[in-house]
Design a protein around this ligand. Structure first.
Ligand code: NDP
Ligand code: 8X3
Length: 251
């Protein structure tokens, strides 16, 4: 049976790849993001089974009126992919901009919460649905300059597990996806503000691709209804968790 997905952050990176894969698998996608032209491009590419939805997830009023504001026939969301998110800056916490911290929390935490709050009750009423949250390995393994970005993703991970605690006994599933290094997206350009600096992040590596993340989404949704994948941590083979840092005195 074709499912209706709502994918936030569908104008780029993982979100666009998830939209492409989901449509190829025969489902429908409400593609949400701020950049309307990108969404219209996806619609032109993927056809009428993709509904462009210009949306800023930090716009509380716009998110609160979902799904009632969706066109007839698109209001019953089966799969919510909370993917919209960003990192800003890589300076140490003591030199970070407070406005960057605020934007990361507003998008990665509050935006995700508000979208979930708008969509989840309908899923419970229908007794079917799947919430897929994009966390990150940054939510589990600290690194210099990760401060609020990593903390926001740790929030997403724990919120996902806590949602399951409330939803047990319903047929609504929740999965937390925790990717490591993934190339082919705008993530590092947004973070560093410069495509040349962003390219250095992936130099000499074979990172994961947005298609790998879309594959994970297709897998967890396609499993039988009695199977809930709680968390998936995915890294490219060239990456691994590192040792704890030790700063030694000069002799
Ligand atoms: P991209 O920068 O390519 O995509 C981010 C998407 O989020 C864009 O479509 C952007 O669209 C959207 N977005 C940002 N802010 C808002 C907002 N306020 N309202 C609505 N949409 C918004 O990054 P990725 O595809 O790499 O990242 C997707 C998710 O995966 C993020 O949550 C990221 O933290 C996470 N992640 C990324 C990893 C990586 O290495 N790339 C690894 C682990 C997790 P627009 O600007 O049009 O609004
Ligand atoms: C993105 C992965 O390691 O750049 O969430 O934080 S990382």
């Amino acid at each position: 049976m074709p499912l209706t997905y709502l994918v936030s952050g569908a104008s780029s990176g993982f979100g666009a790849a998830i939209a492409r894969r989901t449509i190829a698998d025969g489902h429908r996608v409400i593609a949400a993001a701020r950049r309307r032209d990108r969404l219209e491009g996806l619609r032109a590419e993927l056809g009428e089974r993709l509904l462009p939805l210009p949306l800023d997830v930090t716009d509380r009023a716009a998110v609160a009126t979902l799904p009632a504001s969706l066109p007839e026939g698109w209001r019953e969301v089966d799969v919510l992919v909370n993917n919209a998110g960003l990192a800003l800056g890589l300076d140490p916490a003591q030199r970070a901009k407070l406005s960057d911290w605020d934007t990361m929390v507003a998008t990665n935490v509050t935006g995700l919460l508000h979208l979930t709050h708008a969509i989840l009750p309908g899923m419970v009423t229908r007794d079917r649905g799947h919430v897929i949250n994009l966390s990150s390995t940054a939510g589990r393994y600290p690194y210099p300059g990760g401060h609020v970005y990593g903390a926001s993703k740790a929030f997403v991970m724990q919120f996902s597990l806590n949602l399951r605690a409330d939803l047990v006994g319903t047929n609504v599933r929740v999965t937390d996806l925790e990717p490591g290094l993934v190339g082919g997206t705008e993530f590092s350009t947004v973070r560093l503000g410069d495509p040349a600096r962003a390219a250095v992040v992936y130099a000499g590596t074979t990172p994961l691709t947005p298609a790998d993340i879309a594959e994970a989404v297709a897998w967890v949704v396609g499993l039988p209804a009695h199977v809930n994948i709680n968390r998936i941590e995915i890294m490219p083979t060239c990456q691994a968790p590192g040792p704890l840092a030790i700063k030694r005195r000069e002799r």
